[in-house]
Design a protein around this ligand. Structure first.
Ligand code: SER
Length: 610
């Protein structure tokens, strides 16, 4: 075991900045719920965006933390690299120290150097730093200030210039930004270092010459129109890749050889019988799986369930990618990835209690997701094989890729990946077109179209007698034909009615409307512009007759009981968990009730029992 186990590396970082008067704060969630421009935290600075912009009050001017980040979409997207190389990840930890209008370049640079070389003891002659060279098109000066501060500590030939792409950091297309100085490390052996100087390999995608820390000097706000506006104050945002730092301190040449990942890899070996290091293809698969499970497990622990759209679909895509690697390369036809959650909980639970508190739940969700994709994966892979055999060009037709998506649940990036392994491509435009068409079809299928009302009486239609009565004598005041997709039904409005219209989470009443001529079955009751609308499958043949409107009392009684139970449950939750429990949604049905609520953690068995 190295002198620098991962837990000690993390703790040393935080203690170092605590000794420099920084307040240590916990990681913010990785899943972002209320920012339309961002689904996931993709940099340590996201949670502090408003502090940089001067929109939120600064409570502590100096802060340090380790932040869970996910880079799988938008400006910062590393997904394709993950597993194929040894130093990119979907989820990673970013160690950060922050100054909100407090210290600036001089201290940030001095402390970074002190921590890396004196505390962690990294060799100075393996380190390189970069500074922003300026950019004429944006009228940005070279960062000579940072260069001067670096010169105090670093030999000048190790200070390199960097362009806007590498040395001007931006969160996204808008938001706080500024020039940055990166610290790179050369982990190659002596012979290699003698042959090619490390300076030539900085920012050149070399797996052993990698960036470990980025110090951003926040000075500007990029506005939506693309212009730069100076911020009211200057700030420091630093981000150090925890997994890469661990590689450097543990003397490894791959992040996956550190104890951040070895416990996970050992577990995969235990579950598959395949040792890490056996072959290139099994190694890639194992790296993909241990990387992806972290992203998926932590996202679920943060409250993001896998789903068919939005952030939930990103999580589903990542997991399906992992499942396919396990299926094809590790021969796993049964769910197994969920089992890795226990390892995450053990290794990371001290720093991230949310994963420990919810380990069982997360395991279960992952297992169910795996099982559901495994039901169609084998068939889908067979189908794509046939498609590939039948291809006459090197590009798979968009409609075919759509079939894989629609029938077998293949996210397009999975199809793209399988094609890429054979040197083939996906017709992206064609696929997008098919997607669009499907969206329009499903919109058409659920879109309600209605004929004009047949009006028998001008007034009435809002009177609800159902609190006291379960049946009344009624007249039809208006009705019309309606359809949704292929289904046709009739909407009937009565002068007075005992039928409860759907609302407040309670389902609408069902029952019958009976006259001497006919009996109409009410399958649901809804409210529309104040009118109580009874939905029937048949048209009234004699609409002017007198009807006996009778609700299905068994259903109604059950619904009423479930409604009462909902209120009791809400009160019980407040008593057991606390006043903060807020209702997020509810459904009251004759057969069951559903109550959605917010709470900070998974409920314990004991709390559920209470
Ligand atoms: N915001 C910078 C980055 O993400 C430094 O924290 O690299």
């Amino acid at each position: 075991m190295s002198n620098w186990p991962a837990k000690k590396i993390r703790q040393t970082f935080l203690s170092f900045f605590e000794s420099k008067q920084h307040r240590i704060v916990p990681s913010a969630p990785m899943v972002i719920k209320n920012d339309p421009t961002l689904m996931f935290t993709n940099a340590g600075m996201n949670p502090f965006k408003d502090l940089f912009l001067g929109l939120a009050p600064v409570e502590f001017p100096r802060v340090a933390d380790t932040q869970k980040c996910l880079r799988v979409s938008g400006k910062h997207n590393d997904l394709e690299e993950v597993g194929h190389d040894t130093y990119h990840h979907t989820m990673f930890e970013m160690l950060g120290n922050w100054s909100f209008g407090d210290y600036f370049k001089e201290e940030a640079i001095a402390w970074a150097w002190e921590l890396l070389t004196r505390v962690y003891g990294l060799e100075k002659d393996r380190l390189y730093v970069t500074v922003f060279e300026g950019d004429a098109s944006e009228a940005l000066e070279p960062d000579n200030e940072a260069r001067e501060f670096w010169k105090t500590w670093v030999d000048e030939k190790r200070i390199l210039n960097g362009n806007k792409k590498d040395n001007f950091w931006e969160m996204g297309s808008s938001g706080p930004c500024g020039p940055c100085s990166e610290i790179h490390i050369d982990l190659r052996n002596a012979t290699e270092r003698e042959t090619i100087p490390g300076a030539d390999l900085v920012n050149n995608d070399h797996p052993q010459v990698v960036e470990i820390w980025n110090l951003v000097f926040m000075e500007f706000n990029r506005k939506a129109d693309g212009s730069l506006e100076p911020l009211p104050n200057k700030h420091v945002d630093t981000g150090m890749g925890f997994e890469r730092l661990s590689m450097a301190l543990q003397g490894k040449i791959s992040n996956y050889d550190t104890d951040v990942f070895t416990p996970l890899l050992n577990k995969v070996t235990a579950l598959t019988g395949i040792p890490y290091g056996e072959s290139n293809s099994t190694d890639i698969a194992m790296r993909v799986i241990v990387d992806h499970v972290r992203a998926v497990a932590f996202a679920i622990a943060d409250g993001q369930m896998p789903a068919n759209n939005g952030a939930g679909y990103v999580i589903r895509r990542i997991l399906r990618r992992a499942v396919r690697y396990g299926f094809t390369y590790l021969n796993k036809k049964e769910p197994f990835i969920g089992e890795l959650t226990a390892v995450l909980s053990q290794e990371m639970g001290d720093s991230f209690p949310e994963i420990r508190a919810q380990a069982d739940w997360v395991t279960r969700i992952i297992r169910e997701e795996e099982a559901s994709f495994l039901r169609t994966l084998g068939q889908g892979l067979g189908r794509i094989e046939t498609m590939i055999e039948e291809m006459s060009t090197d590009t798979l037709d968009g409609a075919k890729a759509f079939e894989l998506y629609d029938t077998f649940g293949f996210p397009p990036d999975l199809t793209r990946l399988i094609l890429k392994e054979k040197g083939l491509h996906l017709d992206e435009e064609g696929f997008d077109k098919e997607m669009q068409q499907q969206k329009e079809r499903s919109k058409a299928a659920t879109k309600l179209t209605t004929d004009d009302w047949v009006v028998l009486e001008e007034h009435g239609g809002k009177e609800f007698l159902g609190y006291d009565q379960t049946q009344t004598e009624s007249r039809i005041v208006r009705y019309r034909k309606a359809s949704a997709g292929k289904k046709t039904f009739y909407q009937i409005v009565l002068n007075q009615t005992p039928f409860y219209p759907e609302g407040g989470g309670q389902v609408g009443d069902t029952g019958t409307l009976t006259s001497i001529h006919e009996k109409l079955h009410v399958i649901n009751t809804v409210k529309e512009n104040g009118l109580i609308v009874h939905i029937c499958e048949q048209a009234p043949e004699n609409p002017t007759a007198v009807f006996e409107a009778v609700i299905n009392t068994t259903s109604r009684t059950h619904t009423a009981k479930n409604h009462t139970a909902t209120h009791l449950l809400h009160q019980a939750l407040r008593e057991v968990l606390g006043e903060h429990v807020a209702q997020k949604g509810s459904l009251v049905h004759p057969d069951y009730l559903r109550f959605d609520f917010s709470h900070v953690a998974k409920m314990t068995t004991d709390e559920i029992q209470q």
